[in-house]
Design a protein around this ligand. Sequence first.
Ligand code: AMP
Length: 429
Amino acid sequence: MATLKAVRGTRDLLPPETELWNRIEATARQVFARYHFGEIRTPIFEDTSLFARSVGEETDIVSKEMYTWEDRARALSEKAQSLTLRPENTAGVVRAYIEHKLGESGQLQKLYYIGPQFRRERPQKGRYRQFWQIGAEVIGPPFAGSESPLRDAEVLEMLATLLDELGIDGWNLELNSVGSSADRARYNDVLRAALVEIAPKMCADCQRRAVTNPLRVLDCKVPEDQPIIDTLPKITDSLDQESKDHFAAVTAALDAAGVPYKLNPRLVRGLDYYTRTTFEFTHGGLGAQNALLGGGRYDGLSEAIGGPKAPGIGFAMGLDRLVLTLQATEPNQDAAPPQVHAYIAPLGENLNAAALVLARELRRAGLSIELGDGSFRLKKSFETADKVARRIVILGEDELQSGILTVKDFSTGTQSKIPRAELASFLAL
Ligand code: AMP
């Protein structure tokens, strides 16, 4: 029988690498707390129409990459429902914002999430079909200040702080404004007109996009199309005064805070819901998949999926790519030294239960303990213990009766006799 393996594009994360994942997540949680964000956990699957209406029918994500299935009706009264594994988390957060009427509090909602997302992309280094994102959203009614350019600048400043605290050096922030939905409609017309003549020279996807959603032509990754894309008009020239002023206020606040950025007028991001500020943080060490994170403003998203007016801004960073970046810059990141305080070696199977009691005592005192097995010979216990723990504690009949345990320290080679009552504090040293 063929051996079963993890599905293409998915992978197992094993210790000690998972230590690094946990460290990144813990740092992110601390930074989010300092900026007063709370955690949201939304379901891993949603109604398919949520993504079609928010991310956009013409995007690569919705048109090619979603894991979608028909959930059969279980009763005559039920209808089959089309469900999709979430390809991103902003749509789910905004759906939850609407469903729980979070806007009615009159406060800005500041929510972060950490979790897996699913896209049927061609797997390669840094690109997986199940990948993890850490993201955050700031969303609320306009009177709560959700449209303020200060919010954009604060989110970007927070990201700069988070990347610095994670120890990621050498990141680049690319920034653009895609304007309001009216600006984008105008730009789409300009693009459509510009594409009439040149689209036939482009890839099949671009030929289709040139008619249905010209903005998406800028997402094209086909190398031959890039020189053509470079000749297209820039979105910056289609912005109205209000959008220009908003963007100028964002960059002024970033300048004041000393957050470096580079303007990139081609940065439109591959999702339809973005308005005004869009951004990406890249890292040279990542190779072809160089985006650490991406995000932007989505002032019309809530209304597009049937909610109240609720402008917002957010981002999603690729946890897999943070891990790759840190592993490349500091190769020994996840080779954690042995954390185990002691290995308990019962001398004989009749002492297994007593060894479990001793391990329980020590673990409850806060120590990390590995429990051996009385069927092992003493030599095997020493060999096993030496690989995982700093010390070995021998538990034989004599030790059990006298309450004095033999402890050997592997780094110094010294052997000590320690009363059971003092064992926890001795091992903690
Ligand atoms: P997006 O939702 O496409 O803006 O992606 C935001 C971030 O998620 C990217 O900058 C990547 O770091 C990460 N990401 C997106 N797709 C993948 C993928 N297939 N595999 C790994 N990371 C991804």
